[in-house]
Ligand binder design. Structure first.
Ligand code: CMC
Length: 429
């Protein structure tokens, strides 16, 4: 095993240490590069840069592998459940029955939010995007729960973690209810995490709400499949915000803001909007041609991934879940679905998509499933945020507990004006 790499700069040779992970590529440790050579490295978009050391999630994009603490995502989604995955991400091991019981108890006892939060919501316009409401309301938790914002106290860190996992579904459901003008529905602690979320979103005070187990299972899978995904843009945002010592509620709000973008968590909403724009199967060739045209910024939303250059392992399970939900609800002739299925087939067989390794990603199928479950498109990214909260928290906690952690402070390649002297306005040409 090689343990170092050499960098030649003219006559000078610098030795750089290699560090080996359990699996995945080795990394060249360049922490001392600037001190030794006066050089920075340049990698916008971080395509070759490991920003941290982590034990939580591993992805092999070429092979289509996603592991949480070593366990394949398909096994967790098919044989486990979301809360168990939360425990695994936070504590590193699958829980025993007693540990699971205790964890579930702690999460369910934190599902309510401070009553004052409901008045906070009424400050938003009804037509506000629910992601805007989420950024505001999750950030506002730091104004309500002062007893869990001291990041130096392990107990407070854990209380904040549990609070966030427990309260984001409540805040998300409140954002939805507010948007559609219905009363908020309080959480029910006798229901599972996914059941309770469906209940808070779809129950109304005037009639009993029946939980459909197939739909609750689908919701749970959507949460599990989105629980964590290594150092993606929003997770890196949370880590960077947290590296300055900001409180966890503020850090998660920063992650939610980053997730909102259409190249990240906003892709499932964008994919559904795109399917609606395409409208019918006969218009697909026109949109495929636009996606391939270098002069057209249009991209097929829900296709491609920075890391997966193979089928996204989450997309396979999501596709199966999507079909289960549509069968359960008896949805056969949905035009959007017809367009989606045809588009998937065309893209999977088109040389452009094959050559560039652009496969449907998890958001392609989750969008269709969420629509069938009854969520409007604006809620899709919100549901992603609910699921990803545990991943953000686990990564934030890992960073805070790392004794070598320092504030994240990237450098730059400066290409602006060199130093020059100020001229008074009357002397400027
Ligand atoms: N449709 C058409 N062409 C595409 C697409 C697409 N969806 N995605 C990438 N390409 C082309 C791109 O034009 C480029 O072509 P060329 O080499 O000729 O310039 C090549 O493929 C590589 O693209 P890239 O932009 O360099 O790749 P990236 O790793 O920077 O981008 C991505 C990854 C996910 C942002 C991009 O594939 C994309 O914009 N997809 C659509 C949005 C989407 O579905 N995002 C969800 C990602 S999964 C959920 C999550 O992680 O949040």
């Amino acid at each position: 095993m090689t343990d170092s790499a050499k960098l030649s700069l003219g006559a000078k040779e610098t030795e750089l240490k290699l560090r080996h992970g359990t699996i995945g590529p080795d990394v060249v440790d360049i922490a001392a590069l600037y001190k030794d050579t006066g050089l920075f490295t340049y990698d916008p978009g971080f395509t070759s840069t490991a920003s941290c050391e982590s034990k939580i999630t591993f992805i092999d994009g070429d092979e289509g592998v996603l592991l949480h603490r070593g366990y394949p995502i398909d096994q967790l989604a098919e044989r486990g459940n979301f809360l168990e995955t939360c425990y695994l991400l936070l504590y590193g091991e699958l829980p025993t029955a007693a540990e699971m019981g205790d964890f579930s108890y702690r999460v369910t006892r934190h599902t309510m939010v401070h009553e004052q939060m409901s008045r906070f919501y009424t400050g938003f316009r009804r037509d506000a995007h629910p992601m805007a409401v989420m950024v505001g309301s999750v950030g506002a938790l730091s104004a309500f729960y002062h007893d869990s914002t001291d990041i130096a106290d392990p107990h407070q860190r854990m209380v904040a973690s549990i609070r966030m996992i427990a309260k984001t579904p409540t805040l998300a459901a409140m954002a939805y209810k507010y948007h559609i003008g219905q009363p908020f529905v309080y959480p029910r602690n006798d229901l599972s995490y996914a059941e309770n979320f469906l209940h808070m979103c779809f129950a109304v005070p005037c009639e009993p709400y029946q939980i459909n187990p197939v739909l609750a299972r689908a919701m749970d899978r959507i949460f599990t499949l989105h629980a964590d995904h290594e150092q993606n843009a929003s997770t890196s945002t949370v880590r960077l915000a947290g590296s300055s010592g900001a409180n966890p509620f503020a850090c998660i709000a920063a992650g939610i803001a980053c997730l909102w973008g259409p190249a990240h968590g906003g892709a499932n909403e964008a994919a559904l909007n795109m399917l609606a724009e395409i409208g019918s199967k006969d218009r697909i060739p026109e949109f495929i041609a636009r996606a391939k045209d270098k002069n057209d910024p249009f991209r097929l939303m829900g296709f491609g991934h920075r890391v997966y250059k193979n089928y996204d392992p989450r997309a396979k399970i999501m596709q199966q879940t999507c079909h289960e939900v549509l069968t359960e609800l008896g949805i056969k002739d949905d035009p959007l679905l017809e367009v989606a299925m045809e588009l998937e087939q065309i893209a999977l067989h088109d040389p452009y998509f094959i050559e560039k390794k652009l496969y449907p990603n998890v958001d392609f199928y989750s969008g269709i499933t969420l629509k069938a479950l009854g969520f409007p498109t604006e809620m899709f990214t919100v549901l992603f945020a609910v699921a990803r909260t545990v991943g953000w928290i686990a990564q934030w906690k890992e960073m805070i507990e790392d004794p070598h952690q320092r504030i994240g402070r990237p450098r730059q390649l400066y290409t602006g004006a060199a130093q020059r002297d100020y001229t008074p306005v009357e002397a400027r040409g």
